[in-house]
Design a protein around this ligand. Structure first.
Ligand code: PRX
Length: 635
């Protein structure tokens, strides 16, 4: 029996049992049969969650791009690897074959080398969703440079923080980007960021929008002429299994963003294996994940997972609403998409529009639908299932995280019966457990608790860049010998999991993780602000929106509060990016605090959600009177 491609429920249970009974043997078989190694491993797994230290395939040597590109050349050289759909439907789509992609990656890798990039150096990539973005990732991986992609919607300050944290040597960016009808000037954001970065030696610029840009002598270079002059072959640099492949930042509930470090072999094996099974991808299928490569979904399921399987992966530069709300469905129709993997926030936004936007397109090519990033509510699930899947394409509701590298809990289409709002069963090799408040594992079904994983899986992040202690504290200290996800979940009567949402101070807005602390820090930097607290409240498109409670230094100040709200949001936009802006800002005279000075967010969350019938015990508050005032003036 091949373990690589699961086709029946019975097979799933068999393979699952095998994968947890003897994980090392199981993953060794997968690794042996389906990948190209320069040197075999000495040891499949060693681990200790108390340190925490996890090593997969130690001793092995490989290069992930050899697995994503070179080995497909003979059988798939003329198949499309990347299908690029530009922002404007009037611009022609590009079909980049495996042969062409291989050549482009080699050229880019040579340019990186010519510009002083060596194995282990960090390269920051700040690009829109154009082919050069995927090519830049692969070029880094080919020569062993560690890529750190920063989503091109982050502000210059957020970009600078990330560049400095990883001490990047180079930035790859573009003159600008198209987002629907808007044109953004990425180069000046980079210029502004680099005013506070000392480690960057070179900026490579992709020409995309023909924005006027100023090149800084000795630092900035147009990429195209360098590519034109570069050699089209580039030997891979052999990587050790545990060499870092990339850093990707995610928000924490406190302070600075966390640079999650993913390593080479385990990440490759797990993303490839999950891609094959969770999407049931077959040769000739056209797979489209609508995420941005700036997030983990794009890394694992636009670039590495699909390419490791020789698949055709679509990259879409634009937005679902441009030129109108039919765009997604037109792309499905135009390219005969077979797999569509998107986010609940996009589904909700499109479900609000006239159904004619959907009905005028032919969606019969679709076979599998996916959802990721946040819990999908029942209404959105049914809309997606009825109108897009026409009740015949299963929805895979995939639960996972930047930290997990790959999908952890998900149905397998045509294998696992789906259930609306449930991510269903753990994937092969994944051992979830639910913990109660006292730290005990909850056995049996029909229980709800905090979601942990009790055994290592190949694609888990190995550390936080430069801060291993924070890695341990955040993920391995809440429960002994377990990885704590930060999510709550319930397990139903048949063992299906439903993710109920974050149990920490991370709020998911339109599928993006936002920590409360960095936003509060940004607000508090405004000269008129004394203190602030952010909570999430339900929003029918974004899932959650942000509600800010702000104490001014001079309460009752006669300043125009509307302007002040605008200034506060501008401040957040400058410090973090527009995605972190607040939907509502209420100025208050105080915040409900415990006697030890901790803000009682539970109460603020209830008020923001207009759920004030039962605020719970407020007697322990230092200042209970402020609660009534906040409720009276609630927005
Ligand atoms: O709360 C969970 C939610 O998104 C968090 C991880 O966010 P991020 O690291 O940005 O990765 C998103 C893409 C993998 C999780 O802790 N989440 C993600 N997928 C789901 C989900 N919540 C419910 N259902 C999902 N399918």
């Amino acid at each position: 029996m091949s373990n690589y491609h699961i086709k029946h429920l019975e097979e799933y249970f068999q393979v699952y049992r095998k994968s947890v009974r003897d994980p090392e043997h199981f993953w060794q078989e997968v690794a042996e049969e389906h990948f190209l190694w320069r040197k075999r491993w000495d040891n499949v797994l060693s681990w200790d969650f108390s340190k925490p230290e996890v090593k997969w395939f130690e001793g092995a040597e490989l290069n992930i791009t050899e697995n994503c590109l070179d080995r497909h050349l003979r059988t798939h050289g003329d198949h499309t690897a990347i299908l690029f759909e530009p922002n404007s439907p009037d611009e022609e789509a590009q079909h980049i074959t495996y042969k062409q992609l291989h050549e482009k990656v080699c050229k880019m890798a040579n340019v990186l080398k010519d510009n002083g990039i060596e194995k282990g150096d960090r390269v920051c990539i700040y690009l829109p969703m154009i082919p050069e973005l995927a090519i830049a990732l692969l070029a880094c991986a080919r020569i062993g440079a560690v890529h750190s992609v920063v989503f091109a919607g982050f502000s210059s300050k957020a970009l600078a923080t990330r560049i400095n944290d990883a001490a990047c040597k180079m930035v790859i960016t573009s003159d600008g980007s198209y987002r629907g009808a808007k044109k953004l000037d990425l180069k000046s954001i980079v210029d502004e960021a680099l005013e506070s970065c000392e480690t960057i030696e070179t900026v490579l610029l992709v020409e995309r929008t023909k924005n006027k840009v100023v090149l800084k002598e000795g630092r900035d270079k147009w990429l195209q002429p360098l590519l034109d002059a570069a050699d089209s072959t580039c030997e891979v640099v052999t990587m050790k299994a545990e060499d870092p492949l990339f850093i990707l930042y995610t928000s924490g509930s406190t302070g600075r963003p966390k640079g999650m470090v993913h390593t080479t072999a385990g990440y490759m094996v797990y993303t490839a294996y999950t891609f094959k099974n969770i999407f049931q991808y077959n040769d000739g299928d056209i797979y489209w994940c609508t995420a941005d490569i700036g997030w983990i979904t794009g890394h694992s399921y636009i670039v590495y997972g699909p390419l490791a399987n020789g698949a055709t992966t679509v990259m879409f530069e634009g937005v679902p609403s441009y030129p109108d709300f039919s765009r997604f469905w037109e792309i499905v129709d135009k390219h005969k998409i077979t797999h569509l993997y998107t986010a609940p926030t996009a589904i909700r936004a499109l479900a609000k529009e006239n159904i004619e936007y959907v009905e005028k397109c032919d969606l019969t090519s679709l076979k599998v639908l996916g959802s990721v990033g946040e819990p999908i509510n029942e209404e959105a699930w049914h809309w997606y299932n009825d109108n897009i899947g026409k009740n015949k394409s299963p929805i895979v509701d995939t639960w996972w995280q930047t930290e997990t590298g790959g999908i952890m809990i998900s149905p397998i289409p045509f294998v696992t019966p789906t259930k609306p709002t449930y991510a269903t069963l753990p994937f092969i090799g994944i051992q979830p457990s639910l913990m109660d408040e006292s730290g005990k594992e909850m056995k049996g079904n029909q229980v709800e608790g905090r979601l942990c994983i009790k055994y290592p899986w190949p694609s888990m992040a190995r550390t936080i860049w430069g801060d291993h202690e924070r890695y341990r504290d955040t993920y391995f200290s809440a429960y002994e010998n377990k990885y704590f996800t930060g999510d709550g979940a319930m397990r139903d009567e048949v063992g299906y999991y439903r993710i109920t949402g974050r149990v920490d101070d991370v709020i998911i807005v339109s599928g993006h993780n936002l920590g409360t602390a960095p936003i509060e820090d940004a607000i508090n930097e405004h000269p008129a602000v004394a203190e602030s607290a952010i909570v999430g409240f339900p929003h029918d498109v974004k899932g959650n929106a942000l509600y800010g409670y702000v104490i001014l230094k001079e309460y009752g100040e006669t300043r125009n509060l509307e302007n002040l709200s605008k200034e506060i949001n501008q401040q957040i936009s400058d410090r973090i990016g527009p995605i972190a802006k607040l939907d509502k800002i209420q100025f208050v005279s105080g915040l409900p605090k415990t006697r030890s000075g901790k803000i009682m967010r539970r109460i603020l969350r209830k008020i923001a959600s207009k759920d004030t019938s039962n605020l719970g015990d407020t007697s322990t508050l230092l200042n209970p009177e402020v609660v009534q005032e906040i409720m009276d003036n609630s927005l």
